[in-house]
Design a protein around this ligand. Structure first.
Ligand SMILES: N[C@@H](CCC(=O)N[C@@H](CS)C(=O)NCC(=O)O)C(=O)O
Length: 195
């Protein structure tokens, strides 16, 4: 497998975490986002969004971390990270959907305003971000993990931009259950530190 990524990409980081936990070999090809390499070939040919992460898997190109995590978890992770039983899979997938909705359009974009001058409505991003934090906090109030009461793709997918929420002006102090969950994720053997 090959992964095109940047060192600051939280979505690429999810793949780094899962390949590290499962000890799956993956060639990492770092591109320079400050030179807008993600908007140029070869990235733009592989991903019409002009974004990382992009992966080559079994000779095919895939964009979006959800696809990448799904492949790696099913191929190498047995039933642990994304189980095949229908109800269990749905439970994991609903949190992966949160990662690609309220977390993405909220926490990730609010951070983008401060970190790389993303244009748009910061209030709107923070509104979605707060919604994401409320949903996470509600689940984590009486659960250690987001789905199935054990670590799954749900936790890996939701972790990076929740951890970075304060960089988007959304502090976590009011959410002790989220802070404890972040620490639990970081204690999973093989977890990669988020720089
Ligand atoms: N839904 C995509 C989002 C990918 C994404 O947001 N990538 C960011 C880096 S983490 C990026 O390349 N941003 C540059 C841009 O959108 O122009 C995924 O999960 O892979």
């Amino acid at each position: 497998m090959k992964l095109w990524l940047t060192d600051v990409s939280g979505n690429s980081y999810k793949i780094r975490v899962l390949t590290s936990i499962l000890k799956v070999p993956c060639e990492m090809i770092y591109i320079d986002a400050t030179k807008f390499e993600h908007k140029q070939r070869p990235i733009i040919d592989m991903n019409p969004r002009g974004q990382v992460p992009v992966m080559e898997i079994e000779g095919k190109i895939f964009w979006d971390s959800t696809a990448h995590l799904t492949y790696i978890a099913r191929k190498w992770g047995g039933e642990q990270w994304l189980p095949t039983e229908a109800l269990a899979m749905a439970e994991v997938m609903q949190w992966m959907a949160l990662a690609q909705n309220e977390i993405y359009f909220g926490l990730q974009w609010a951070r983008g305003v401060f970190v790389y001058g993303k244009k748009g409505d910061l209030n709107d991003y923070q509104l979605h971000g707060r919604k994401a934090l409320e949903m996470l906090a509600r689940q984590l109030k009486d659960h250690d993990w987001l789905a199935l009461d054990r670590p799954t793709l749900a936790d890996i997918a939701c972790y990076p931009y929740t951890k970075r929420a304060p960089e988007g002006g959304l502090m976590l102090d009011a959410y002790p259950a989220i802070e404890q969950w972040l620490a639990r994720c970081e204690a999973i053997p093989g977890w990669v530190k988020l720089d």
